[in-house]
Design a protein around this ligand. Structure first.
Ligand SMILES: [Zn+2]
Ligand SMILES: [Zn+2]
Ligand SMILES: [Zn+2]
Length: 138
């Protein structure tokens, strides 16, 4: 098993106490989090540092952004080996209309989406909305 330190180093991210804490926070969450969730969890920390940490994680494919249509950007940890590439890594997200949580459906990759000649896809965001398994009782 790769440690978090080794994972960060393999992505050329300098290991700091703050980065380790934020990584662990995200790893313990089963749902996507907003920047204010992170700020609330680390209320003693400098907000700029938190923001920069998330941005660094995003650039290095440690986390990915999710736009679930609520107007607030959410973040979730990437799977091991994820490069956030269209067709190989991008997966569906599910937004629950009842509990308002957004989760990664990492086993459900976004199917190949054809765009017209001359168009270049850079990102695909596919959010399914409905009732999650916890709320539906199954
Ligand atoms: Zn990713
Ligand atoms: Zn729910
Ligand atoms: Zn995801």
């Amino acid at each position: 098993m790769q440690t978090i330190e080794e994972l960060l180093e393999s992505k050329n991210i300098r290991v700091t106490a703050m980065r380790l804490l934020i990584y662990k926070f995200l790893a313990n969450k089963q749902i996507a989090v907003t920047l204010s969730d992170i700020e609330n969890a680390f209320d003693k920390a400098d907000r700029t540092t938190l923001y920069r940490t998330i941005k660094t994680f995003e650039e290095k494919d440690i986390v990915h952004q999710i736009d679930d249509g609520t107007g607030i950007t959410k973040y979730a940890l990437c799977e091991n080996g994820c490069n956030c590439e269209i067709e190989t890594d991008l997966h569906l997200h599910f937004h629950c209309n009842n509990c308002n949580e957004t989760i990664c459906l990492t086993d459900h990759k976004i199917p190949q989406i054809k765009v017209p000649e001359g168009f270049v896809s850079e990102n695909v965001n596919l959010v399914v909305k409905g009732i999650c398994d916890k709320c539906s009782g199954h």
